[in-house]
Design a binder for this molecule. Sequence first.
Ligand code: PMP
Length: 400
Amino acid sequence: MKLSHRITHLTGGGSDGWDVFYRARRMISEGVAVTELTIGEHDIRTDPSILSVMNDAAVGGHTGYAMVPGTALLRDTVAARVQARTGVPTTRDNVLITPGGQAALFATHSAVCDAGDTALYLDPYYATYPGTIRGVGAVAKAVQTRAEDAFQPRAKDIDAAAEDAVSLLINSPNNPTGVVYSRETLEGIAGVCRDRDLWLISDEVYDTHVWEGEHISPRSLPDMAARTLVVGSMSKSHAMTGSRCGWIVGPEEVIGHLINLATHTTYGVPGFIQDAASYALSEGNHLEDEIAEPFRRRRALAKEILARQNTVGLIPAQGAMYLMLDTRATGMSGEAFANALLDTHRIAVLPGESFGQAASGHVRVAMTVADEAFAKSLETLCDFAAQLVSDKSMRFSETG
Ligand code: PMP
């Protein structure tokens, strides 16, 4: 039986660059002790106070169909949070609650792309981006950012790719690079969106994980609220990855259509999860800061460790849960380096190539293990890179 092109070509075919990850998982299942610095999952669990509200809500009977757009309480809470943080007037009519940020990425692209339309995204990118765009029948077109710019996108490069595009997807704080887009970068991007009449889909799921600079939501820039769809999530800010609760913030008309889409796809998010999310958000900064703290600490450790050597370069780690390390001095691809590190030292990191072309020769390190193991792994990684460089120069001097 024939399957749709859309579903069979969702992943783009070929290697997805995650071989190192699967290999590490296989080694672990065979009993090998591997330090995993791969995926964006906290090493802490959802806070007991959040679980307690979730439990009370479920036991109290909030287990039937919930309102498809989200409960009034959660929509109001998200709207108030967004308005307080951005200054942009926002009400519940600007908010749709979704089963996580990923569903929001899919829904936003469904809302703005017709089949065959071109949708832009920036390379390096979060793994699901091109597949999400292909999943709505659109054509995914990457715009390269550059290591020499610390992966801050250039408006000119986006503009050059934008002629036939309908949307642009951005992500700051960024996975995989850990970079936070500057005001100048975002103003440049907003300018291209206005000039080229693009929808801007702004993935802000790491907005509470900022170590340097400030998170600016492009929805707050002049004339951008009418053309920006913001994707948010409880996953990272509140260590609620498994609860599947996120949102879209955008113009009321778009949210109206997206509610129809939700009625025909997800049919909403469980009520007891939404009650837990409402509680967690109403706790304000202290809970978010507590959850972000381990990453803040490890990022400081990483800066110290990286400053003691000069083989491995650190892309300015300004936010999110990751470090992007430049290992090009070894002469190896990110993939070869990550495989060698796994084989030699049982440390699993992800090759930059898993996230597109722009971060080749780099590796992404998730700061998701306890401080001591994290610091030790990073030191080992740097020593390993230095050893590879010295072996290389020895080979070179032997061969003349
Ligand atoms: N966007 C980015 C950049 C992410 O890293 C992730 C999760 N790793 C998501 C979206 C999706 O998150 P969720 O669906 O759990 O909200």
